[in-house]
Structure formats: structure tokens, C-alpha cells
Design a protein around this ligand. Structure first.
Ligand code: CDV
Length: 311
């Protein structure tokens, strides 16, 4: 019996600062209904789906900063999304910004949750690779203050048995790091869900701006192939408060091939029938870790060099 999962990558167009959570959840529900009508069992939303990407601005006032975060999930505003998913019998992945209370301490994370078709929470991941900077850098046309506004995720990279396979999550910048993929790959992950907010312009290396889409696809296609897993990569795209973000949301097979891709930078569904068993020939063949990986040699090389370049 093939394990076919029909999945929708729900790319979002920009969300301007003035839009409320209610407005955004309405858009998410429209996409969810369309996905269900197309026979999808899972819909994947982007990183920090519910608001404009506020790390692009310097915010000093604590209450103003907190207003960008969710204190609970589901919240009053997101409860209709959970209810609709349950009514339709569709699972979803949602990125959002989380305030957690830990022994009375307020902690902020860039988070994603995986929810089953019965509306029950399957898993939570908190972003580990936080790009950008922690201080105000007025020379930039826009800030990238993830290092200031979020703590490094503390949940590791779990993989869950869900949707008939093994599912893992990462968030945006994580996708550029081979370690993130390999940690999930070593757990037998067959499906990786990830959302991103990627500005087209990088103020530190503008000469690479022309490569923004290429590096996005390169990272995800390599991760898929080298670990034998499906990847659903989902953008928040378009011009948000004057900042252009790439689209390119896509679904990638374990061979590294893009099987479906967004054509716009607006709200758009990208749908594919994903045969989870297509991961097996890669996992048992070219990337059979048990047979071909050589971790003892990697360790030796790292120890010998101290993991620093030669003088
Ligand atoms: N949200 C992100 O993590 N964005 C980064 C940008 C800032 C480089 C990314 O890796 O796409």
C-alpha cells in the first residue's frame, strides 16, 4: 500500500502592519478550505504567519514588542483555524511567535506547531538558527533583530510519527544549515515542513541579492536529497511594509526535484501528491547512513583540525 499524502504549501502574500490577526486567520481559512477541496490532508503555513515580520523593526517598548507574540496557542484569534481544520479533517503546520512562561520568566521564541486532522497538537519546534543581529544598526535599510527578540529554541529537533510517516520541522534560516537536515535525517525523517520570511535584499552582502531564490532552492533541494525526505518550503512573500521578500514556495521530492512551485508572490496554494515511500530508495541506497556514513572519520578530522582553518 503506497503511503500517499496530498499536501498544500500555503504561501502567504505580504501582511502589512495594520492587518489584525483576525484578518490573517480569515485568509488562512480560505486557503485551508481550498486545500481541503483539492483533497489535501495537510496544509503548511509560513514562518511567523500571523503578522508582519516585525524583526525588521527596532522596538524598544516591551508591551509593543509583546503585542507581536502569541501568549497561547490556540488563542482567541487562532481558535477558528483549529476549529475549521477539525471540521474539514485536515492537519496543519503553523509558524508563529511565542511567549512562553518558564518559572515566572517570560521567554520569546520563533515557533512552529504541527496539528493533526482531529485538531490535537502533535508537536512543537522552536527555531534554533536565529539570523541577524541584536543591536540597532541604523545604517541598514531595515533591521533583522531575531537575535534580540527570540531565544535560541530549546526543544531540539524532534521527529514525530504522524500522517503515516516520520515528520520533522525547521524554520527559515535553519534550512541553510546541513546540520539541521542531518539531525532530522538521522531520525529517519521522511517529510520536513518549513516556513520562511526571506528578504530579497541582504544589506551585508548585496552582491548575493540576485541569488536569493537560488540559495533558497539549493538549501532545500540538497537537504531533501542528502537525507531522502520530502520538503515543503513555504514563503511569506511579496512587498511587506516596503521590504521585498522572495516567494518560491515549493514541494520537493526525496530525489531533490521540485515537483510543484508557486508562480506568484501572493496567497497561493502549491499542491502535490507525496508518496512517502519515495524516500526509501534514497535512504536505503546512495544515502544509506548505516552502510556508508563515516562519523568516526568526521570526528577525527574535526579533532585534528580543531574545526578551524589551517594557519
Ligand atoms: N527569517 C529568516 O530566518 N530569514 C533569513 C534571512 C534573514 C537570511 C533566511 O535565512 O532566509
Amino acid at each position: 500500500m503506497p503511503r500517499i499524502l496530498t499536501i498544500a504549501a500555503a504561501q502567504m502574500g505580504p501582511i502589512q502592519r495594520s492587518r489584525s490577526r483576525r484578518d490573517v486567520v480569515e485568509r488562512l481559512i480560505v486557503l485551508m478550505r481550498d486545500a481541503a477541496a483539492m483533497g489535501c490532508q495537510l496544509i503548511v503555513y509560513p514562518e511567523a504567519t500571523l503578522t508582519a515580520f516585525f524583526p525588521h523593526w527596532w522596538i524598544e517598548d516591551e508591551a509593543e514588542l509583546d503585542a507581536w507574540f502569541e501568549q497561547e496557542m490556540p488563542s482567541n484569534e487562532t481558535a477558528p483555524l483549529f476549529a475549521e481544520a477539525k471540521r474539514l479533517g485536515i492537519g496543519f503546520h503553523l509558524g508563529y511567535c511565542e511567549i512562553a512562561r518558564d518559572a515566572g520568566r517570560k521567554r520569546r521564541f520563533n515557533t512552529a506547531v504541527l496539528v493533526g486532522p482531529d485538531g490535537a497538537m502533535i508537536g512543537k519546534y522552536r527555531k534554533i538558527h536565529l539570523p541577524g543581529h541584536a543591536d540597532h544598526e541604523p545604517w541598514r535599510p531595515f533591521q533583522n533583530l531575531e537575535k534580540r527578540y527570540f531565544e535560541v529554541g530549546d526543544l531540539g529537533w524532534p521527529a514525530w510519527r504522524a500522517f503515516g510517516g516520520v515528520v520533522g520541522m525547521m524554520i527559515c534560516n535553519d534550512r541553510r544549515w546541513p546540520e539541521a537536515w542531518r539531525v532530522l535525517g538521522l531520525q529517519g525523517t521522511e517529510l520536513v515542513l518549513l516556513g520562511y520570511n526571506t528578504p530579497r535584499h541582504d544589506p551585508t552582502t548585496p552582491q548575493h541579492d540576485r541569488l536569493a531564490e537560488f540559495h533558497n532552492a539549493l538549501s532545500m533541494q540538497a537537504g531533501a536529497y542528502q537525507n531522502g525526505c520530502w520538503v515543503v518550503g513555504v514563503a511569506k512573500a511579496g512587498i511587506e511594509e516596503g521590504i521585498g521578500q522572495i516567494g518560491g514556495s515549493c514541494i520537493i521530492a526525496p530525489t531533490g526535484e521540485i515537483v510543484a512551485q508557486a508562480l506568484t508572490e501572493a496567497d497561493e496554494l502549491v499542491v502535490a501528491r507525496c508518496d512517502l515511500d519515495a524516500a526509501t530508495p534514497i535512504k536505503q541506497g546512495i544515502f544509506n547512513f548505516a552502510r556508508h556514513r563515516r562519523p568516526e572519520h568526521y570526528r577525527m578530522i574535526v579533532e585534528r583540525t580543531g574545526a578551524t582553518p589551517p594557519a
